[in-house]
Design a protein around this ligand. Structure first.
Ligand code: SF4
Ligand code: F3S
Length: 268
């Protein structure tokens, strides 16, 4: 495989909130400016590019031609296969399904950023009015990497990019197409409140003695025992904090169907 200096990327947004872009803009090591100036060549990104309208469309098609087979396609957001007209883009509108398929056909690999692009995420929650799915359900014949979580941790986005730059390949993946370097860890096994779990010390009610003393959040619905992600190790915002660190349970935001299955205050 070819080793590159700066990787051309195309980043598109479908049914999303741009939260993964927001998270990437707060990347700490490397920072987003280091990323963009030294490691990536951002050819198209609706949130951060200067171009708009026809010019943006022309830039996109030029990038597809100039970097055919070489660019990484980042997809943020879910794809409405059950209601294709729910998302369209361009002067000669393409549906989200057509947009993702077209751009993935010319990509080296497709990176699904965040839980929506990975597994359908919040738009796919019951009753899933648009028939939302993740990238891997519609892209065939190309390597797909899922970087779930809500939002995806920038440490994991940059980890995939740096691995690709250094080796020319995508990192080793698990059965849900997640990089093992990031998703091989169970939250519960690396949680700072684990000693309280083992001692049977739980928060029983918000604001009680246990809550004030950082006891285990299992009885308040924490899904850390069922969730695989490295946020208990790398945290967010330059390692500042993470959900359990601020006193609420994990809602399994990186797992498939998290909104319907994990995001409750009931223990499973
Ligand atoms: Fe496990 Fe959650 Fe308790 Fe941490 S707070 S020890 S992840 S159940
Ligand atoms: Fe998400 Fe749970 Fe981590 S909610 S950010 S996987 S602690």
């Amino acid at each position: 495989a070819e080793v590159m200096n700066r990787v051309p990327i195309i980043w598109i947004n479908i049914q999303d909130c741009a939260g993964n872009t927001e998270a990437l803009l707060r990347s700490a090591s490397p920072t987003v400016d280091e990323l963009i100036l030294e490691y990536l060549s951002v050819e198209y990104h609706e949130v951060i590019m200067a171009a708009a309208g026809d010019q943006a469309e022309q830039n996109l098609e030029k990038a597809v031609k100039d970097f055919d087979g070489k660019y990484l396609l980042f997809v943020e957001g879910s794809i409405p296969v059950g209601m294709p007209e729910a998302f369209t883009i361009g002067r000669h509108p393409k549906t989200g399904v057509e947009h993702v398929k077209h751009l993935s056909e010319h990509a080296a690999a497709v990176i699904a950023v965040g839980s929506c692009a990975s597994f359908g995420g919040v738009p796919a929650a019951y009753p899933n009015p648009t028939g939302a799915v993740g990238v891997m359900d519609i892209v065939k014949g190309k390597p797909v990497v899922n970087i779930p979580a809500c939002p995806a941790n920038p440490a994991n986005i940059t980890g995939v990019v740096i691995h690709y730059i250094l080796t020319g390949e995508i990192p080793e993946l698990d059965s849900l197409l997640r990089p093992k370097f990031a998703f091989g860890y169970r939250i519960h096994d690396n949680c700072e409140r684990r000693a309280h779990f083992d001692a049977g010390e739980f928060v029983e009610e918000w604001g009680d003695y246990g809550a004030k003393n950082n006891f285990c959040l299992y009885k308040m619905g924490c899904k850390g025992p069922f969730t695989f992600n490295n946020c208990s190790i790398v945290r967010y915002n330059e390692g500042t904090n993470w959900p359990i660190g601020v006193g609420r349970g994990c809602i399994g935001c990186s797992e498939p169907n998290f909104w319907d299955v994990y995001a409750t205050e009931r223990p499973i």
